[in-house]
Design a protein around this ligand. Structure first.
Ligand SMILES: [Zn+2]
Length: 313
């Protein structure tokens, strides 16, 4: 599957393939929510397809059928065994072994590693060896929203293919084509998702926006000391905390812009608390979520109220 905003990248890739000069390794970068996985799958499906030099994979040959069914024997997908965990060396070793065997169905062997920055040090070193001695007719596609976290030795052996966020009008048009959504909600989802179309769409189709509205109201009550932080923390721990904090941050930023200087000092202090919590959350995988939320709540409740400074919902 190919999204509108990936068209240019696709055409370039297709031409490279046609001219038999695709690199052994590609890294798709750019923020998540732009459909990198779908693009990588399509690239793999294209080189595995039995029909050569077509615009798109044919979707009908035996190889394409296997790709669509998700069990092509010449294609490997490597991702963490559990979300948020590392990609281990054993997984890369299995890939290496597979790359040296003869192909089953197609003339090519393909693999996707995502997110590439999830590889631990040993896994990266093992992958590096594979990149240093590439087998003929192999295509390795790495996906990474954080390429700076990858060793330079790996990056330098991959062709960088950045996927850019389309402009806002394009994203809005695409979202409208996906369903009947409230315009104000589209705007909200776009801001929260940094205009990444797929992330924005998923915010619109699940109950995230409703939850965030509730979160925002509870947060106001908390600042007025009318809510119990312990109870609230219990509730919030079920949510996507990064999203919650980002939402509160954006709401507050909006308010700071609109309000007068006097009440801003309180808002800025609350803003700092939010930033601190965001940093803490992103600094570790094994964070105690409830504790983090409770500490965050206590810290914002401690901010002295300025005269006009009650943060209205
Ligand atoms: Zn095909």
């Amino acid at each position: 599957m190919l999204y509108l905003w990936q068209n240019q990248v696709w055409q370039r890739f297709r031409q490279q393939y046609e001219q038999q000069c695709i690199p052994h390794a590609i890294i798709l970068t750019g923020p998540s929510g732009l459909g990198q996985t779908a693009l990588a799958e399509q690239m793999a499906m294209h080189v595995l397809c039995e029909k050569q030099n077509a615009e798109l994979p044919c979707g009908q040959c035996h190889s394409c059928e296997l790709s669509i069914a998700g069990n092509h024997p010449d294609h490997t997908v490597i991702e963490p065994e559990e979300t948020g965990k590392a990609i281990k060396i054993e997984q890369i070793r299995d890939l290496k072994q597979k790359q040296t065997l003869t192909t089953n169905v197609s003339e090519w062997k393909t693999a996707i590693v995502m997110p590439a920055e999830a590889m631990n040090v040993n896994a990266s070193n093992s992958l590096l060896k594979l990149l240093e001695e590439p087998q003929p007719n192999t295509l390795l596609i790495l996906i990474s929203a954080e390429p700076a976290m990858l060793p330079i030795t790996i990056l330098s052996r991959c062709q960088k293919v950045p996927i850019d966020t389309p402009n806002k009008e394009e994203v809005i048009a695409w979202i409208r084509s996906q369903g009947d959504f409230d315009e104000a909600n589209i705007e909200k989802a776009l801001t929260l998702a940094d205009s990444a179309p797929l992330s924005a769409l998923s915010l619109l189709t699940d109950d995230s926006l409703t939850i965030l509205e509730q979160v925002s109201m509870d947060f106001t009550k908390l600042l007025q000391h009318k809510a119990n932080p312990v109870q609230l923390a219990q509730q919030w721990q079920q949510y996507d905390l990064a999203l919650v904090l980002r939402y509160l941050q954006l709401r507050l930023k909006d308010r700071i812009v609109k309000q007068n200087v006097r009440s801003n000092s309180q808002n800025w202090q609350i803003y700092d608390c939010i930033i601190k919590a965001i940093k803490l959350l992103s600094s570790s995988n094994n964070i105690n979520k409830i504790l983090l939320i409770e500490q965050f709540m206590v810290s914002v409740m401690d901010v002295p109220t300025s005269q006009n400074g009650v943060v209205n919902h």
